[in-house]
Design a protein around this ligand. Structure first.
Ligand SMILES: N[C@@H](CCC(=O)N[C@@H](CS)C(=O)NCC(=O)O)C(=O)O
Length: 286
């Protein structure tokens, strides 16, 4: 049995392209409910490099689900075949697939959409339930309380509206804006103005919504931890995250939490000649 995909080969296969097909981009929209939240039922296919996967990996740990929902990682390079299982991070422990595409094809015969991570596989149904990290983050945080005690409840009902409201601001400004901020256009000014607003906000509170870590912090943090390693590796956007002392200390404060630190693989997202700041410097925030 073949366990791993052959090496990335752009000459033979060409570049991965996002298919130009009509309809929703991410077609798997299933949800986990308390009655389908079962021990060992779900498997998370993720990528270390991927900020969306990273969000869900952090939630999984904070929800106490490391032993309830299994997780594995695709390699961080691809050709037209899409994400694949390679020696770098190990095989597919659920289906023995060599290409993530096989999981999508097993779910929808003739699948021609995005082969994306994160993807949540349902072992009972034998198919992908969802490839929407937003739904995964919420469901892992809220539907498993009969099976596991969360270390931190990241999506409390009382804060759900505040979390989504922050997302309507930080989504365009940071999540989607950071990749455009090195280029021409207004994205850079918007990003840096947002960093300044966050820095002011974090002078007064430990986390975005007060004294408790929530999904809002997780969504922002996966972008902050990549900022000086990827989008701002050559300091083309600004001199670095450290230009915003409260924001930078907040980001290090989160990095000190094992669920954040242990799900972070700097090698998977750091540009070869990037100057990465010292994330382990004590944050001194209480
Ligand atoms: N909306 C998706 C985005 C996931 C996403 O963009 N994943 C990237 C890797 S970080 C990917 O696999 N892209 C391949 C594709 O979209 O075709 C989510 O929130 O889960």
């Amino acid at each position: 049995m073949t366990t791993f995909a052959s090496p990335v080969d752009l000459e033979a296969y060409g570049e991965y392209k996002i298919p130009d097909t009509p309809g929703p981009l991410y077609r798997f929209t299933g949800r986990i409910t308390a009655d389908t939240a079962e021990q060992g039922r779900y498997h998370l296919y993720g990528g270390w490099f991927c900020p969306w996967s990273h969000r869900v990996a952090i939630v999984r740990s904070l929800a106490g689900l490391d032993g309830v929902v299994t997780m594995s990682f695709v390699g961080d390079e691809r050709d037209a075949r899409g994400w694949a299982f390679r020696e770098q991070y190990g095989p597919d422990p659920v289906n023995g697939f060599t290409l993530l595409r096989q999981a999508y094809e097993a779910s929808t015969p003739g699948f021609d959409g995005h082969v994306s991570v994160p993807a949540l596989w349902d072992r009972v149904a034998g198919r992908i339930l969802t490839n929407d990290s937003h739904a995964m983050g919420i469901d892992l945080a809220t539907q498993f309380h009969h099976l596991a005690t969360p270390l931190i409840a990241t999506y409390p009902a009382a804060l759900a509206e505040d979390i989504e409201q922050l997302d309507r601001w930080l989504g365009p400004a940071v999540t989607y804006g950071v990749g455009k901020a090195a280029g021409p256009g207004p994205a850079r000014d918007t990003l840096l103005a947002t960093f300044q607003q966050l820095d002011d906000r974090l002078a007064e509170r430990r986390y975005l919504l007060g004294d408790q870590v929530t999904e809002a912090d997780i969504r922002l943090w996966v972008r902050l931890v990549r900022y000086d390693a990827g989008p701002n590796a050559h300091r083309t956007i600004n001199p670095g995250l450290a230009a915003y002392p409260n924001l930078w200390a907040y980001a290090r404060d989160l990095y000190a939490i094992p669920a954040f630190r242990d799900t972070t693989d700097f090698n998977s997202f750091t540009a070869p000649d990037a100057q990465v700041p010292d994330w382990s410097e004590p944050a001194g925030r209480h």
